[in-house]
Design a protein. Sequence first.
Lengths: 156, 243
Amino acid sequence: MSSDWNKDRKIKFTVQDPCQIVRKSFGDEVADDLRFVVRSVVGEENLIEMTPNKSNNYCCGGGGGFLQSGYTDARRAYGKIKYDQIISTGADYCITACHNCHAQVHDLAHHFGGTFQTVHLWTLICLSLGVLGPNERTYLGDDLKEVDVFHPETAL
Amino acid sequence: MSESSIKIKGKKESLFIDKVKEIIPDGGNLNLCLTCGACVSGCPATGLEGMDPRKFLRMASLGMDEELTTTPWVWMCTMCQRCSYVCPMKIDIPQLVFNARAAWPRDQRPKGIRASCDMAMRNDSNSAMGTAPDDFVFVVEDVLAEYQASQPEFADMKAPIDKVDSHFFLNQNSREPVTEPDELVPLWKILHLAGVDWTYGSKGWAAENYCLFLADNDCWEHVTRVSAKQADELGCKVFLNTE
């Protein structure tokens, strides 16, 4: 993997620690593993951390069934802390390596008018490997839609 | 003087908090609260429904069972464990919340969570979207064939289903196969390039678990056993939960 694609672009990323795999399962060790991957993919200087993070991270509000509970206003009020944290980093992207986090953070950005993108880690790994096709870029912003496209002729 | 002091009456029979203590490890330390408020300050659900983790626990200690088992706040706490992680007494408030959820009559629990659990019970997929095993297999094979052809560097890429003796049994959120199948592919590519020995199961493939969130223990056990049985029958060594 390489972060060369971002050397001159300097697009900034932050990362959401999923409660389930970090605080509730493997602790700071896996949070550090996550950062090793993120830094390798986007470049060390392009990762902006939220505070607090790792095991002390705030839950985004996507877990526990909240997304399907019907309490939408409460879910967004809950997530406002996370939204503000992400905005404070100034990052262009929030990396969410958990499905619930992805759905919630994506919705928070839309609801509160944030311009950051919410992206799966697998998308960025494949981008950095140069194997991300044109139809696998749903969650990339316009700044990355056309970057290092693998088999651009297959675009739908 | 002692005659005029307030006498605490004997404990009420079977308070909610006592019942919960009986079923969680070490009683969840539920009677050790120092009321320091570390839980409250780090909880994003603080203030919703006029509730917070410390208040919830104190209400339990005071025997306010009616309020405790009817407040919708239990569905706004995600049981993320931020409270117990910072608690100096390691009090298991999330388990108290889970059991308060379970105290709700099933038909009054949030409709969306209940429907997702009911969907998962419809067939052996465990999918909250009700997707049948055959449909999952079809989508995976179809998408794989398309990418093998259109991106020849990945002509040898596999997305195995029910491959016996695989090291990893990988599950998959229903959202990709059902609503955005192209998003399945980046993960397959990574596993392929890393030479990982993995498989999906045609049964128990769905990663989401709304029966757990519904606090329906019987259904939760059912879906978990469907997945575990499939992984065991295939002889997989490691169960990889992508949720």
